[in-house]
Structure formats: structure tokens, C-alpha cells
Design a protein around this ligand. Structure first.
Ligand code: MN
Length: 311
């Protein structure tokens, strides 16, 4: 992914006279659910325009409804806005590559291939999320046979994705959303077993807050295999309004020399997408003003990256 100059990434108060760098290499992204719960052409174009206007480099769409996208129009509107596009998703109970039912696994494999196609048609090069399981709370741990099915499915998907210049991310999600990968360590072992160069690790501060001991150890453990990063508060509202230790988070990213994307995720009952909002358990209204939320998030991210680079 290409990087932009971030000359507007101004210094923190009290350091304005510093001669240290005020730029950082990371593309900054925002999840489309900050703007809209719809995937119509009009919604995609408006989200692209708002994303660019707020100063972001990248827009992430959930691909939970593959048929909803007009991929060619989306591709043009995203390119016109100068944005990279990322796709994310989880699988579904009836289409789950971690199942032990061959028919369910086959539907999961089909869904993954179609997701690669839709993302590539939109001009994207990164597909991530819970690609290894359904998205939701499981009633029991993943079975060895189920995990092996997920490994086989992703090992088959990886070269297909590579042909379309798509890298796959394994997003580490919390225990209420998957039973296959809950920690960075789990994700590294899954990626080892898949054994493909275009499979990377995707961490998310919201999930890390639930599952990891701290924000430094897992980021260090993943190191140069970190390909994508979500930033979200513990309650998924305004950055800085919760209790996540973002100082440690940004320092850890700087410590491993992370140059990949950093994408803001936040959800409120103000913007609803069925069934995604229900899967994410978005019951509360944490914000009303998307523009204010996104603008402040981008500044928070830029300031955090600059401060960590200086320290
Ligand atoms: Mn996430």
C-alpha cells in the first residue's frame, strides 16, 4: 500500500517547536459503518467522499452482503476519492470453514472465494476479518477437525487470492465472536499452519483489551507479520473516551516499525446495518455525529503515531 504525506499531523500541545518528524508512514482508515449501514452505490459514493474529506486514506467495507455492491461503480468512486479499499467479514453458521460438516465447510469456502472476487473487483488488495469461522458466539471450543478444516480452506484460498493480488488477514477476535482465534498467539499458529506468504495478522485494540494481557506483548510477538491494525475504544465509541492504554498501543506499533494501515472502528445505534450491527452487539447509542467522530479519531490517530515516533 502506498503512503501519503501527513503534513497536517500536527504536533501535540507543547511540542510545536520541535524539529522532529511530524509525519508517519501508516495509511489511516475508517470503517464504513461510521458513515452508513448501506452498501448501495449512492451510500458507497457518499462514504468515500466523507472519508476523503475527513483526511483518511482508506475505507473499509464489511462484505457481509456481497450482492449489495455495484463493484464497478464502487471501484470508480473510491478511486476518484483517492482511497484504498479494504474488505472485512466473518463467515456464517451455515457457511463456516471451521465446521466438521463438509457441506457447511464447502459453503464457507465458496463465500471466501466470492469475497475475494468482490473485493478485487472494487480495486481492493486486502481481505480480513474472521475468515476462519462464523461470526458469533460458539457454544463450545473449536474441534481439532474443525480447525484443520479452516486451515485447509485458507491454504486453498491463499493462492486464489494471490492471483488477484489480494492479501488475507486473520483478525484476532474476542471469545464472543469466534472460538478459533482469540489471541495474537493463536493467530500466528493458525497462519503458520496455513503456510502462505499472503496471510498476515490483523490485531484490533478492542479485542486485545478483552483477551490479551497488555497491548505491548502481542504486538511484539506478531512483529513484522502484522499486516493490518484496527483501533477502537473498549466500548467502540470516541477514541480517548474509554480506558484503553493507547500510549502503550502506539509505542508498541512504533517499536516494531509498523508501517501498515491503522483503521478506526466505531459503532453506534445511530448507524445500523442488519444483520451486522446485531452480530456486533451494537445496542447502544455512543455517538450521533459521524463527521465529528471521524475527524477527532483521525487527529487522535495521527497525534498518537507522531508522539510514539518521537519517543
Ligand atoms: Mn476489528
Amino acid at each position: 500500500m502506498t503512503n501519503n504525506d501527513h503534513d497536517d499531523a500536527v504536533s501535540s500541545p507543547g511540542t510545536a517547536a520541535s524539529s522532529a518528524s511530524t509525519t508517519f508512514p501508516n495509511p489511516l482508515g475508517v470503517h464504513a459503518l461510521v458513515w452508513t449501514g448501506s452498501c448501495t452505490s449512492e451510500a458507497v459514493r457518499e462514504a468515500a467522499q466523507q472519508t476523503a474529506a475527513a483526511g483518511f486514506d482508506l475505507l473499509e467495507f464489511s462484505l457481509h452482503d456481497l450482492d449489495a455492491f455495484d463493484t464497478q461503480r464502487a471501484r470508480k468512486d473510491l478511486a476518484d476519492a483517492g482511497l484504498q479499499v479494504v474488505g472485512s467479514r466473518g463467515l456464517a453458521p451455515e457457511a463456516d470453514v471451521s465446521s466438521t460438516d463438509p457441506a457447511v465447510v464447502a459453503r464457507g469456502v465458496e463465500l471466501l472465494h466470492r469475497s475475494v472476487d468482490v473485493l478485487a473487483d472494487m480495486g481492493g488488495h486486502f481481505l480480513s476479518g474472521a475468515l476462519y469461522s462464523a461470526f458469533g458466539k460458539y457454544p463450545s471450543p473449536v474441534s481439532a477437525a474443525g480447525r484443520a478444516n479452516a486451515v485447509a480452506a485458507l491454504a486453498e484460498l491463499a493462492p486464489y487470492a494471490a492471483e488477484r493480488s489480494v492479501t488475507l488477514g486473520l483478525e484476532v477476535c474476542n471469545r464472543y465472536e469466534t472460538n478459533v482465534v482469540n489471541t495474537a498467539h493463536d493467530a500466528l499458529r493458525l497462519a503458520d499452519d496455513i503456510g502462505a506468504d499472503n496471510v498476515v495478522i490483523h490485531l484490533d485494540s478492542y479485542h486485545m483489551n478483552i483477551e490479551e494481557a497488555d497491548f505491548v506483548t502481542p504486538i511484539r510477538e506478531v512483529g513484522d507479520r502484522l499486516g493490518y491494525m484496527h483501533i477502537g475504544e473498549n466500548h467502540r465509541g470516541y477514541l480517548g473516551s474509554g480506558h484503553i492504554d493507547f500510549g502503550s498501543f502506539f509505542d508498541a506499533l512504533a517499536g516494531i516499525g509498523y508501517t501498515g494501515p491503522l483503521t478506526f472502528e466505531s459503532f453506534s445505534s445511530t448507524v445500523v446495518s442488519e444483520p451486522l450491527s446485531s452480530n456486533l452487539a451494537i445496542w447502544r447509542n455512543l455517538w450521533n455525529d459521524s463527521v465529528d467522530l471521524a475527524t477527532k479519531a483521525r487527529r487522535f490517530m495521527a497525534d498518537g503515531l507522531v508522539a510514539a515516533t518521537r519517543s
